[in-house]
Design a binder for this molecule. Structure first.
Ligand SMILES: *Cc1c(COP(=O)(O)O)cnc(C)c1O
Length: 449
């Protein structure tokens, strides 16, 4: 058994934390992680992430630091930068962002003044908080003009064009956290170029697919790219900002502006253990096997989508082009996402409740669930397993049909009863057993030496 499960030292010095980490390994191992923004990183990557690099302060950039002791740290960060540039075909990469949200804030700082108009996909339509939603700093500091998806689930490009012409935004985001179709970067570029806006691809969710050739690349069409490193790229939690050739054409100082926005404007010392792990993730993603893996993620998603629909569930947009799908639970009632996600959790299937476009309920009690195939594909599962899992998910959702979200004051008590009943539900218990048996056939972290 490997160190990260045995935790031989921590078990002695802090058994309380050690025990919980071991339980979490088991949860991941014997559960189906279907939250599309999660994944299982490799054991080699965990070694880099858990290394003594975490001890080093490294404010600044390679060869331009404020402290001493960079003989080995600088080459590590430089390798991460060079791999990012090579993998995506861009002239500049910043690998220091702590995570996706601060990276997006740095992009605003580098390109906009407060009060400028910006455009992004509306949150309930699948957009990200940081693309101008009212409760995010992006919606507080900038004038947010959201665009939407149409009835069929595709982005309304006519609306994007009309809003851009009317509002002359400084920046347009193309990217999402719950969008099941392929982005038409070229169509966005035509609009952004016409109104002189920066076009930024936030490809966090689909970076692994892009590297695998399973989704078109934004590189030729956008000025900047932000990606988290921990989603389909299968790296540590973190993010990168890439400046494209087109971006340097629009503003030759864009790379310096991005670097300055990250440090010193927004962040202090970068997390070099995380950067080393990002380099490892990029190394893995540049291997030929990753192309197969990325394509399999999409094949699995299509197989899962057709199994869910075949079992009577309704999907937003009627299917998927990428790694994720949204189940529209409104045929069962309004605000059912919480029941579905908790019932599935009782069966060791992890998904998240999610708004659907034009959701009749609220973001905390939305009417859909979001699920995807990256983690299951990492474990080696294929279409046959997706067919099976789709059936299990549909049968669990069947069990929640009778639960209705009550008025606000009655919710706490109602949900308590619901949780009790779900835990003792025979059908869900059976499914949980089947999930565990399937997981045993596709082990990931346990029993590795
Ligand atoms: C995940 C995500 C982010 C934010 O990343 P965090 O690391 O959670 O801050 C930003 N944009 C999109 C599209 C995302 O999917």
């Amino acid at each position: 058994m490997d160190w990260f499960y045995e935790l031989p030292n921590l078990t002695k010095t802090d058994p309380e934390i050690a025990e919980l980490i071991k339980k979490e390994v088991e949860r991941q191992e014997f559960g189906l992680v279907m939250i599309p923004s999660e994944n299982h990183v490799s054991i080699s990557l965990l070694e880099a992430l858990g290394s003594v690099l975490t001890n080093k302060y490294a404010e600044g950039y390679p060869k331009r630091r404020y402290y001493s002791g960079f003989e080995f740290i600088d080459p590590i960060e430089t390798i991460a930068i060079e791999r990012a540039k090579k993998a995506f075909g861009v002239p500049h990469a910043n690998v220091q962002p702590y995570s996706g949200s601060p990276a997006n804030l740095a992009i605003y700082l580098a390109t906009c003044n407060t009060g400028d108009a910006i455009m992004g996909l509306n949150l309930p339509d699948g957009g990200h908080l940081t693309h101008g939603w009212k409760t995010s700093i992006s919606g507080m500091l900038y004038k947010s003009i959201p665009y939407h998806v149409k009835e069929d689930g595709y982005i309304d490009m006519d609306e994007v064009a009309a809003l851009a012409r009317e509002n002359k935004p400084k920046l347009i985001w193309v990217g999402a956290t719950a969008y099941v179709r392929e982005f038409d970067f070229e169509a966005f570029a035509k609009i952004a170029d016409e109104v002189g806006a920066y076009l930024v691809a936030d490809m966090s969710h689909i970076t692994g697919l892009i590297l695998a050739g399973a989704h078109r690349s934004p590189v030729d069409y956008v000025h900047l790219i932000m990606t988290t490193t921990h989603k389909t790229l299968r790296g540590p939690r973190g993010a990168m900002i890439l400046v494209t050739k087109k971006g340097l054409g629009k503003d030759p100082e864009l790379a310096e502006k991005i670097d300055k926005a990250i440090f010193p404007a927004l962040q202090g010392g970068p997390h070099e253990n995380q950067i080393a792990a990002t380099a490892v993730a990029l190394g893995e993603a540049m291997k030929p096997e990753f192309k197969e893996h990325g394509k399999q993620i999409v094949k699995n998603a299509k197989a899962l989508a057709s199994s869910l629909m075949g079992n009577g569930l309704k999907l937003v947009s009627g299917g998927t082009d990428n790694h994720l799908m949204l189940v529209d639970l409104t045929p069962l009632g309004v605000g059912k996402g919480i029941f579905a996600s908790e019932a599935l959790e009782a069966a060791n299937i992890f998904v998240n409740k999610n708004t659907i476009p034009r959701d009749p309920s609220s973001p905390f009690y939305p009417s859909g669930i979001r699920l995807g195939t990256p983690s299951l594909t990492t474990r080696g599962m294929k279409e046959n397993e997706m067919e099976l899992v789709g059936g299990w998910i549909a049968s669990v959702i069947n069990e929640i049909a009778k639960y209705e979200l009550p008025e606000k004051e009655l919710r706490a008590e109602y949900l308590k009863n619901f949780r009790n009943e779900i835990r003792n539900n025979e059908k869900i218990r059976e499914t949980r057993q089947k999930v565990k048996e399937l997981c045993l056939k596709f082990p990931f972290y346990l029993n590795r030496v």
